[in-house]
Design a protein around this ligand. Structure first.
Ligand code: T5A
Ligand code: NA
Length: 210
């Protein structure tokens, strides 16, 4: 128990970007790289469709159900809140989390529909703050060309353009912008370096914040 308490914490790494920017592919690559290097690491994603709230979100995204814009916004947020304490305990145990989408997605997508951005941010207050946000930057047109969009609700060019504008407003000092049009291996290399730096900073005692 004592050893656990004394060990350094893991890093909270968030991967963000438009649909098809490469988040899931790169999160998988990061996970296997860090794992191979002996780091204690887990890969997470939001929405987490496995919970009851996540099932409602999934049904909405696949157009099987309709929900008011504010209702779905709060469900996405609730889906992060229901994982918050587990997230904190994993980080405190020294486990680094690679998280595919987080609060920035929540605010960018809902505000792109026309909801007030400050209203969108409010339910995210108190969730854990990422140590590093890797933003996979890609023009909406290029993203749309990748394997084509599937049938999910937000996979439409004009809407993704609005989302990109909101992401720009949301950038803060935790962000690193990666050119997601580069070959997969180049994107991967840049991400690995940034993540390892962030893990080292956390190991040196950087506090976990909200
Ligand atoms: N949402 C989410 C909200 O509205 N509010 C919220 O709070 C949250 C959390 C969830 C949807 O919900 C919204 C946002 C989303 O619309 P999701 O399940 O996260 O969706 O799915 P997406 O993010 O849409 O996942 P995608 O599969 O579309 O995109 P990824 O993960 O960014 O892309 P990936 O890795 O699957 O790659 C897509 C294709 O591109 C190729 C890959 O091989 C693949 O074919 N590719 C590349 N090709 C060339 N060069 C590269 N560098 C490439 N990288 C990948
Ligand atoms: Na994805």
């Amino acid at each position: 128990e004592n050893d656990r308490e004394n060990c350094s914490r893991g890093a909270l790494i968030v991967v963000e970007g438009l649909d098809r920017s490469g988040k899931t592919s790169q999160s998988c690559k990061l996970l296997s790289y860090l794992d191979g290097q002996g780091y204690s690491v887990e890969s997470w994603r939001f929405p987490d469709r496995s919970t009851c709230v996540g099932e409602m979100i999934s049904s909405y995204l696949t157009n099987k159900s309709q929900l008011d814009d504010r209702t779905i916004h709060l469900l996405f947020s609730a889906n992060r809140w229901e994982k918050r304490s587990l997230m904190e305990s994993k980080l405190k145990k020294g486990i680094t989390l690679i998280v595919d989408r987080y609060s920035y997605s929540g605010v960018a997508f809902s505000s792109a529909k026309g909801l007030d951005i400050e209203w969108c941010k409010a339910p995210e207050i108190g969730l854990l703050a990422p140590d590093l946000v890797l933003y996979l930057d890609i023009p909406s047109e290029k993203a749309a060309e990748r394997g084509g969009y599937g049938g999910e609700r937000y996979e439409q060019l004009e809407f993704q353009k609005e989302v990109a504008k909101r992401y720009q407003i949301l950038q803060d000092t935790s962000w690193k912008i990666i050119d997601a049009c580069l070959p997969i291996e180049d994107v991967e290399k840049q991400m690995k370096e940034l993540v390892v730096d962030s893990i080292v900073t956390c190991q040196k005692g950087k506090p976990l914040s909200q």
